[in-house]
Design a protein around this ligand. Structure first.
Ligand SMILES: Nc1nc2c(c(=O)[nH]1)N[C@H]1C(S)=C(S)[C@@H](COP(=O)(O)O)O[C@H]1N2
Ligand SMILES: [Mo]
Length: 329
């Protein structure tokens, strides 16, 4: 039964509702949780950019810092790696991510604090934004006050290895609280300015790009057939990038949003990384189409709703809904 059909039929649903069965001694052929690890291996980390990845040579790479500053300076890669380093777990998510897609991944990164560089060049009072120009022609700016945040990093390692080419070698920005658009890769120039219109802003996307509260269902996938009469683990990831105080809880509904069950958060780090959640569903034995919903609540009290902004221009907000099918054992 599709959700819209259900809404029409909801008056008679109370009597006809299927209740979870009491199952004893079931053979638990549990589906794999998805995502199955807190840290996404580099080979599985999503990749997104305007063109082809650019291959840069760390030996010849130079990064001038220019614009509204007192001290002009050009850095070599060895200058960056000689600075005091920081390690942090961070999730990246694309602003253009339709609800529930996998353009969201999590890694351990190593790099330096951007503010340590900005302090060296001494911004002039008129400087309000930090512009990143990249080797692929991409460019984006962040407010100077975000650049001075102690969690804002220039990363050169990802999960213990040098930043892979696709993820921005030799250095990329990790800008906490912000969608991928504000995490430029293959940086070749840092420029302080009074204002800047970035690549995606020119094309109508949000210049602020704060990550919105989001959950994705990893299992089941859309259209999956679920065996009736057994336990099935519904699982996924939730993330707010700390913008709403971190994830408080994730709930799952298998009855078109009438009742919600609390999922277990089984892996987490700081609110700058996603949480992974799961919920064991005692699947009814009867063959039936089913819709599975998952919604997150943040520590601020904000909860995802069925209705929201679909994607453009600020990032999606409604909860994720999956169409699946219960089939006979
Ligand atoms: N130089 C450059 N950096 C970029 C982009 C780009 O097109 N060029 N795309 C951004 C977008 S939209 C996203 S979602 C992230 C994706 O980072 P990833 O490929 O490491 O997952 O990179 C960001 N940084
Ligand atoms: Mo993106």
């Amino acid at each position: 039964m599709k959700r819209r059909t259900f809404i029409k039929l909801s008056a008679i649903s109370a009597a006809g509702m299927v209740l979870p069965l009491q199952l004893e001694g079931y053979a638990a052929a549990k589906p794999l949780l998805k995502p199955s690890t807190l840290i996404t291996p580099n080979a599985d980390f999503y990749i997104l950019q305007i063109g082809e990845p650019v291959e840069l040579d760390a030996k010849t790479w130079r990064m001038p810092i220019t614009g509204l500053i007192e001290t002009q300076m050009t850095l070599r890669f060895a200058d960056i790696t000689a600075m005091e380093s920081v390690e942090a777990m961070r999730t990246l998510k694309c602003i253009g991510d339709p609800i529930g897609t996998e353009q969201m991944s999590n890694a351990n990164w190593k790099g330096v604090r951007l503010r340590d560089l900005i302090e060296k060049v001494q911004p002039k009072p008129e400087a309000k934004v930090v512009v990143f120009r990249c080797a692929d022609g991409y460019h984006t700016a962040i407010p100077l006050k975000d650049a001075m945040h102690e969690e804002t990093l220039l990363a050169y390692e990802m999960n213990g290895v040098p930043l892979p080419t696709e993820h921005g070698f030799p250095i990329r920005l990790l800008n906490p609280g912000h969608y991928g658009t504000k995490n430029p890769k293959w940086i070749v120039n840092i420029h302080l300015a009074a204002a800047h219109e970035s690549y995606w802003e020119k094309r109508g996307w949000d210049p602020i790009a704060n990550v919105k509260l989001a959950t994705m269902i990893g299992t089941p996938s859309d259209g999956e057939e679920i065996t009736g009469g057994k336990v099935y683990t519904v699982s996924g990831a939730a993330f707010d990038a700390g913008n709403h105080g971190g994830i408080k809880k994730v709930e799952v509904s298998v009855d078109y949003g009438q009742t919600w069950e609390a999922a277990e958060i089984w892996a987490q780090d700081t609110s700058l990384a996603w949480v992974l959640w799961k919920w064991d569903w005692h699947v009814p034995a009867e063959e039936d189409p089913v819709e599975i919903y998952a919604r997150a609540t943040a520590n601020s009290g904000l909860r995802q709703d069925e209705i929201g902004i679909e994607v453009e221009p600020v990032g999606a907000t409604p909860y994720h809904m999956i169409d699946a099918k219960i089939v006979e054992p």
